[in-house]
Ligand binder design. Structure first.
Ligand SMILES: NC(=O)c1ccc[n+]([C@@H]2O[C@H](COP(=O)([O-])OP(=O)(O)OC[C@H]3O[C@@H](n4cnc5c(N)ncnc54)[C@H](OP(=O)(O)O)[C@@H]3O)[C@@H](O)[C@H]2O)c1
Length: 247
C-alpha cells in the first residue's frame, strides 16, 4: 500500500459510523492523521477512534454537531494549534428521512437542509480560512446520486444534495487561486448507512437499473475519496464525481 496521504492532516465530519468512518479509516491507512466529529453516537465514535488509533496512529474524535458554529470554530482552531493546520476537510455528516412531500413537516425540511447544507457551510468556513492562509488544502463534499440524476429520493434530501453540488462549484471557483481545491463525491446506493432504510421497491429498482446490479461498498467509495483528496489529483476542481455502479 502506498502512503498516498502521508503527512496530511484531515478532518472528517460525521464519522461515528457509515461512510464517514470508512473514509476516516481509509485516510489513516493511507498515512493521514485524522480528526473526526459526530453529534450523538458515542459508542460508534469510540469504535471509530479505536480503529483509527490502531498501531499507535494519532487520531482524535470530538462530539460536535456541524450546526454548532462556535464549537466547530473552536475545534478547528484547536486542531490547527496542535497539528499545525489541516490539509483535508471531508464534509460527510448527513441525514435523511424517507417521507413523501405530503407528510413532510417544516421541521423535517429544516433539519435535513440544516445538517446537510448549513453544516457544510459552517465547517467549510471554519477550515478554509486556515487553508487560504497556508495556501493549500482540499475540501471534499459528500453529495449523492440524488441531487445529480433524476432518481426517486426524498425531496428535502435531494434538494440538499443538489445544493451541495452548487456549493462545491461556487466555493471551488472562489478559492482555487489560493491553492484550495473543492470537490464533490456523489455515491449511489451503498451497503450501509442512510441507504439501508430504503423501501424494498426502491432498492429493487436500483438493483435492476444499475449496470453492476449491486449496491456499492463503503470502502469502494472511501478509496475514491482518498484519490480525490490526494496530490495525485492536482488538476480536478469543482467537479462532482459519481460512483454509482453505472446507473
Ligand atoms: N449510505 C448511502 O447509501 C449514501 C449514498 C449517497 C450519499 N451518502 C452520503 O454519505 C454521507 C454519510 O451518510 P451515511 O450513509 O454514512 O449515514 P449514517 O450511517 O447515518 O452516518 C451519518 C453520520 O453523520 C453523523 N451526523 C449526523 N448528524 C450530524 C451532525 N449534526 N453533526 C455531526 N455529525 C452528524 C452521524 O453521527 P451521529 O449520529 O453521532 O451524529 C454519522 O456518523 C451523507 O452525507 C449521505 O448523504 C450516503
Amino acid at each position: 500500500m502506498t502512503a498516498r496521504l502521508a503527512g496530511k492532516r484531515a478532518l472528517v465530519t460525521g464519522a461515528s459510523r457509515g461512510l464517514g468512518r470508512a473514509i476516516a479509516l481509509r485516510f489513516a491507512e493511507e498515512g493521514a492523521r485524522v480528526a473526526f466529529t459526530y453529534s450523538r453516537d458515542e459508542a460508534g465514535a469510540a469504535e471509530t477512534l479505536r480503529a483509527l488509533q490502531h498501531g499507535g496512529r494519532e487520531a482524535r474524535g470530538t462530539r460536535c454537531s456541524v450546526l454548532d458554529a462556535r464549537g466547530t470554530e473552536a475545534l478547528v482552531r484547536e486542531i490547527e494549534r496542535d497539528w499545525g493546520g489541516l490539509d483535508i476537510l471531508v464534509n460527510n455528516a448527513g441525514v435523511s428521512q424517507n417521507l413523501p412531500l405530503a407528510l413532510l413537516e417544516e421541521e423535517d425540511w429544516d433539519h435535513v437542509m440544516d445538517v446537510n447544507v448549513k453544516g457544510t457551510f459552517l465547517t467549510s468556513r471554519a477550515v478554509v480560512r486556515g487553508m487560504i492562509r497556508r495556501k493549500g488544502g482540499v475540501v471534499l463534499n459528500i453529495g449523492s446520486l440524488a441531487g445529480v440524476r433524476m432518481i426517486e429520493a426524498p425531496i428535502h434530501y435531494f434538494t440538499s444534495k443538489a445544493a451541495i453540488k452548487g456549493f462545491t462549484e461556487a466555493l471551488a471557483k472562489e478559492v482555487a487561486h489560493h491553492g484550495v481545491r473543492v470537490l464533490c463525491l456523489a455515491p449511489g446506493l451503498l451497503e450501509d448507512g442512510l441507504g439501508k432504510n430504503l423501501p424494498d421497491h426502491r432498492l429493487a429498482a436500483y438493483l435492476k437499473h444499475t449496470a453492476l446490479r449491486r449496491v456499492g461498498t463503503l470502502d469502494e467509495v472511501a478509496r475514491v475519496a482518498a484519490f480525490l483528496v490526494s496530490d495525485a489529483n492536482g488538476y480536478m476542481v469543482g467537479e462532482t464525481v459519481v460512483a454509482d455502479g453505472g446507473l
